[in-house]
Ligand binder design. Sequence first.
Ligand code: NDP
Length: 264
Amino acid sequence: MKEKFAIFGNPVAHSKSPQMQNAGLNHINFDGNYEKYHLENGNEIKEVFLKNNYKGANITVPHKEFAYENADVVRGLAKEIKAVNTYILEDGKVIAYNTDAPGFLKAIESFGTIKNVLLLGAGGTAKAIALALKSKNINVTVLNRSEGKLEFFKEHQIPCFSWGNFEPTKYDLIVNSTSAGLKDEYLPCDKKILKTVLKDASFAFDCVYGKITPFLALAKENGLEIKDGEDMLLYQGVLAFEYFTDTKANESLVKTMRKGLKGE
Ligand code: NDP
């Protein structure tokens, strides 16, 4: 029987997950199909997942927290992040994972050894990234536009600041996990602060993919090695794929999924 997979989001029309996941399924001759599911009400996610007989699913904005709350079992770092992007049906139970966190770690491997990170933003993605870094004993400091979302980081003993009270030190890597630069041309942080931290850093990573954001452009101007969010998106998808199909991804599968993601 053909297995069904989906991505839940609102909006979901723009998602590249189906083209990436279907490329992977075809590559290993898995009898399955991965589709988009526009979900209005995040509280219905488990019910919709079960009713549609999905074997697995990904969850994107704004449903990751709802997906966490509705899962039967949450595994791994997702228990601390309290947001999940992957569902698997296992013995009739909905099992949930967060693959954004390990996907990010895999994406920054190309930078080599990193010891100190400044993470811009304090939203859902920042929570996953901060705990992923902490789990690898990499020092992480969070800097956000406003105070409101900092509580989570305080609870996890992660140094965190808003623009007004920030005291910069030296960081190897600056990460933009804000949505600035996604659909606008804003920098993720006050330019003066940004220039100070970029001066001493070697690497810049932006979670936004498929474009050189103003943040990455400024980092490049300051001589940093830059990277956009494509690898993070790819690897969170590859890790989800491994759960969906119970297979271990090899290099040729990853290559195929990357091509699928890029529509090649
Ligand atoms: P959230 O809405 O949860 O958080 C947004 C964050 O951005 C908040 O900290 C907010 O600050 C900050 N922000 C928004 N606009 C600005 C601005 N103009 N200047 C400074 N700060 C701003 O979003 P997510 O964490 O879910 O997603 C963040 C980004 O990461 C998005 O661009 C998303 O596309 C990308 N992403 C990429 C992935 C990948 O695989 N490559 C995976 C997941 C996300 P405040 O608290 O002050 O409002």
